[in-house]
Design a protein around this ligand. Structure first.
Ligand SMILES: [Fe+2]
Length: 204
């Protein structure tokens, strides 16, 4: 059963696991270049580096700057996937997402098949006190130093009203059992559905 609150803290995080990602992200001069663009209409003001999905896009090409960000995340990813509550979970998708100052994302529910079956995790890499996640009737600031779970299956958004960028590592993880069910019983074609533009790109 996926949790039905908007957010919760899963665990404190050893700062040494986050530090290399902070360094790699702070080396980015300009998040507004083409290589960090995103194309989903409601999220188009956000910036990201997307991991090559374990299930698709294994041969993406990255700049040296992007590679450094993804590689620096590995110890943190390994620690998260080793947590006892995620035994038997599979990493489905991941990104390092930045909100530059002044940006508010469009309101949306994350719409893909895997969003309905995944635990959505966030790790703040750097932030400021004017960055908040938004749900209908609630806003919430995520502090450095924690691993969070968020509900992205209801209407939500995020805003950065501060003067510095906000960067989070974001992961979607799913139980192997659900994964196998989706593939074998529901006949989901995960590669096509995760890779395909679908309605997500037309939303809003
Ligand atoms: Fe979302």
């Amino acid at each position: 059963m996926l949790f039905d609150k908007n957010h919760r803290i899963i665990s404190p995080i050893d700062p040494a696991l986050v530090e290399p990602i902070t360094v790699a992200c702070k080396a980015v001069d300009n998040w507004s270049t083409e290589e960090y663009a995103r194309y989903e209409k409601v999220l188009a003001d956000g910036k990201l580096v997307e991991f090559p999905f374990p299930i698709a896009k294994p041969n993406k090409e990255y700049t040296a700057e992007q590679s450094a960000i993804l590689k620096s995340s590995r110890p943190l990813l390994e620690w998260i996937m080793s947590l006892p509550q995620y035994k038997g979970y599979k990493w489905i998708r991941g990104e390092v997402a930045t909100l530059i100052p002044g940006v508010t994302l469009g309101w949306h529910k994350d719409p893909c098949w895997f969003h309905d079956n995944c635990v959505r995790l966030h790790v703040p890499i750097y932030t400021n006190e004017h960055c908040v996640q938004l749900w209908e009737g609630e806003e919430y600031h995520m502090e450095l130093g924690n691993l969070y779970e968020l509900n992205n299956r209801v209407m939500h958004s995020a805003t950065n009203k501060g003067s510095t960028p906000r960067t989070h590592l974001i992961l979607d993880i799913m139980s192997e059992e659900k994964w196998l069910h989706a593939r074998m019983v529901d006949k989901v074609n995960p590669i096509a559905l995760v890779d395909g533009p679908g309605d997500y790109y037309k939303a809003g």
